[in-house]
Design a protein around this ligand. Structure first.
Ligand code: 8YV
Length: 321
């Protein structure tokens, strides 16, 4: 028997990550990438000192309570950790870590794609070409909204939000933001701060969500707040679906209050509200913000750095509980 710590890895990870994992740990891998339901997750955790999960595994208070005693750390392969009940973990003395920084570029890239794809009617255009239904061209054909020079509101100017602001400046966008507090000038780089979200919404030609999903931010974008946006505004969410209320968002898209939406993060993934797919003015991606080969390797290595620190008796760099 090996004396290496046993780590339950819930999903198939990049090859280089699994290779490094195998050097220092007794890794229980998931080569078929099967999705473990609650009971299976708890069962498979027996004898493991650590778990390396993705956001697809839910560590509710109930699951945490039933985890075997020997499990000491949950080293997430994700920056978001809304799938873990952090208070329940703290209560049990479980260490929880995440993978910040390494996915900011990839997620900001996808955000720009959502913004441009929604504004320039990418879904409609692609469908026309692929279905061979494209028959004609005219000056009025597939006219969208210009991104260049518009006002972009960023809800949460954190790691990802800051990279989005930089990329958007490349399109001469004017950056506005709402966060818990005003950030230092070197971070703001000229962005305009709003203490109240409600004061920012009327100036957002585009609104992009980059805050964490917490009880305070859940359902933040509701009917009243969508109504405060300029008519025809474009809504982008590559963070978490929990931040927007599905009914409110769909109604705003149906009524034309919103011109379009670019979405990568939904409520109830992957069984999302079917109305999103029926709307012509949505540009939809399946939660792939961090899905680049470079970033997925970096996320895995970051999770391993956290495990290494923990099992060396040190404080993991990205401890959130
Ligand atoms: C990941 C994400 O794909 O890191 C996050 O919080 O939302 C995604 O980019 C996913 O969470 C991996 O577990």
């Amino acid at each position: 028997m090996s004396d290496k710590p046993v780590i339950l890895v819930t999903r198939k990870l990049p090859e280089a990550v699994e290779k490094r994992l195998g050097l220092d740990y007794d890794a229980r891998l998931n080569p078929d990438d099967a999705l473990y339901a609650k009971d299976e997750l708890i069962e498979r955790a027996k004898g493991a000192q650590g778990i390396l999960p993705c956001h697809t595994e839910h560590f509710s208070a109930d699951v945490i309570e039933q985890l075997p005693e020997e499990v000491k750390i949950i080293a997430n392969f994700s920056v978001g950790y809304d799938h873990v009940d952090v208070e329940a973990a703290k209560k049990r003395g479980l260490v929880v870590t995440n993978t910040p920084d390494v996915l900011s570029d990839a997620t900001a890239e996808l955000t720009m794609m959502l913004m441009i794809g929604a504004a320039r009617r990418a879904s409609e255009g692609e469908r026309l070409v692929r279905s061979r239904e494209w028959k004609d061209w005219s000056p009025a054909f597939m006219v969208g909204t210009q991104v260049t020079g518009k006002r972009l509101g960023i809800l949460g100017l954190g790691r990802v939000g800051q990279v989005v602001a930089k990329r958007a400046r490349g399109f001469n966008m004017e950056i506005h933001y709402h966060d818990f507090q005003k950030l230092p000038p070197e971070v703001e780089e000229g962005a305009v701060f709003y203490e109240n979200l409600e004061d920012m919404l009327p100036v957002c030609d585009f609104l992009s969500i980059h805050c964490n999903a917490t009880p305070e931010t859940t359902g933040l974008m509701n009917t009243e707040r969508f109504a405060l946006l300029p008519d025809g505004a474009i809504f982008v969410n590559a963070a978490r679906g929990a931040i927007h209320d599905d009914d409110a968002l769909i109604e705003a898209l149906q009524s034309g209050k919103l011109g379009a939406a670019g979405i990568d993060a939904y409520n109830n993934e992957p069984n999302i509200d079917p109305r999103f797919a029926e709307l012509p003015n949505t540009f939809l991606m399946p939660h792939i913000g961090s899905a680049t080969a470079e970033t997925r390797d970096a996320m895995g290595f970051r999770a391993l750095d956290n495990l290494d620190a923990f099992f060396a008796g040190k404080e993991p760099g990205d401890r959130v509980a």
